[in-house]
Design a protein around this ligand. Structure first.
Ligand code: ADP
Ligand code: MG
Length: 345
């Protein structure tokens, strides 16, 4: 039974990055305005996510890490119109299967007291104790992947790279979540804690971009905002056309003093970080026509109606299926062609 769970869990929690992603999304779902992430020894020893969100009420404590337990969906139909990040109730149970999880949580009623919860591999609550704590939740994931020796070995081998990948995703959330302060730090096996990413409670995206990518050359950031029409082909309900709102920022050559920036290209769909290399390539290709630099800083948020999306293609929701994808990419490319030709890049 446990083994079956471990194998299927591997699909939600595929790597360090997906673990971090699920924890941060839970904090965001709890309306946190401050999220602190601490990696101990690149996350090999522990990943700790603390937030100042709503906390978890006592009646839910024993259920948090049980498979398919979620406090976020009431009916099955809601799956198609989700506004929270989580809705499947799989992340915490999967994390328990592949690591040692403890949660310390407090609601505004419970504070200044909190409850420390220890969970077993099957997600069953094993121990609960009263401690002191502020409103919010601290989730500790210890000895990540230890129950899966092959994956653990792989993770140990690629620890730095995996840590960098997780950091990239945290940058994406730190940029897009306006009004949420992120502090990310690393504690090496030997040595003291160092902060690797920090944002303020900025009131706009541009402030976040400055905090995450460096404010050096901020004037080189060009705001983009347009709408593209992507045809009617797959529209099921009516003859309305599929419109996509594109907004964000693109850098000109003065940003970041001309260093190339593949690591500073972020795509979001409806404010969620996604992996969408094809659209980044299309924009970068157009950019090349106007600038000797290959990779501008790109931050684009695609506003797409839920009808045209399938967020459930892979369990970690990073890969997305979009109807009329090629048409959309070409339409976006054409818009950027105009933007680049009409502005100084
Ligand atoms: P989902 O997010 O899909 O509901 P998870 O397995 O990620 O499922 O989390 C299970 C439940 O645990 C959530 O529905 C939520 O009630 C609770 N939870 C987990 N982390 C937090 C947190 N940081 N703050 C508040 N509640 C949390
Ligand atoms: Mg979740």
């Amino acid at each position: 039974q446990d083994d079956v769970h471990r194998i299927t869990s591997g699909q939600v929690i595929v790597d360090l990055t997906s673990a971090v992603k699920e924890l941060v999304e839970n904090s965001l779902d709890a309306d946190a305005t401050l999220i602190e992430v601490v990696f101990k020894n690149y996350g090999l020893a522990a990943i700790e996510v603390s937030d100042n969100g709503n906390g978890i009420s006592k009646t839910d404590h024993s259920m948090i890490c049980l498979k398919h337990h979620t406090s976020k969906l009431d009916t099955f139909e809601e799956v198609n119109s989700v506004v929270t990040y989580g809705f499947r109730g799989e992340a915490m149970s999967s994390l328990c299967a592949v690591s040692n999880v403890t949660i310390t949580t407090s609601t505004k009623e419970e504070a200044p007291r909190a409850t420390r919860l220890e969970f077993g591999k099957s997600g069953v609550l094993q121990k609960s104790s009263v401690v002191s704590g502020k409103k919010g939740t601290v989730t500790c994931v210890n000895d990540f992947f230890e129950p899966l020796p092959v994956r653990r070995k792989d993770l140990v081998k690629n620890a730095r790279r995996e840590f960098q990948k997780a950091l990239m995703l945290l940058q994406a959330y730190a940029v897009i979540c306006v009004g949420v302060r992120f502090i990310v730090s690393h504690i090496p096996a030997k040595g003291s804690k160092n902060v690797v990413l920090a944002t303020k409670n900025n009131t706009d995206l541009k402030g976040n971009i400055g905090d995450v990518f460096g404010s050096n050359g901020m004037y080189g950031l060009h705001k983009v905002e347009f709408e593209v029409d992507v045809g009617t082909k797959f529209r099921i309900r009516s003859k309305q056309t599929m419109k996509i709102r594109v907004s964000g920022y693109i850098s000109n050559s003065s940003f970041g003093q001309g260093r190339s920036a593949t690591d500073r290209q972020l795509v979001f769909i409806n404010n969620r970080p996604v992996s969408f290399p094809k659209i980044l390539k299309a924009i970068s290709d157009e950019y090349k026509q106007y600038n000797h630099l290959q990779f501008p800083v790109i931050l684009i948020n695609l506003g797409i109606e839920a009808d045209y999306l399938d967020l459930n293609v892979v369990p970690d929701k990073r890969t997305v299926l979009i109807h009329n994808e090629m048409t959309m990419i070409e339409a976006v490319r054409e818009e950027f062609k105009i933007i680049f030709s009409e502005n100084v890049f």
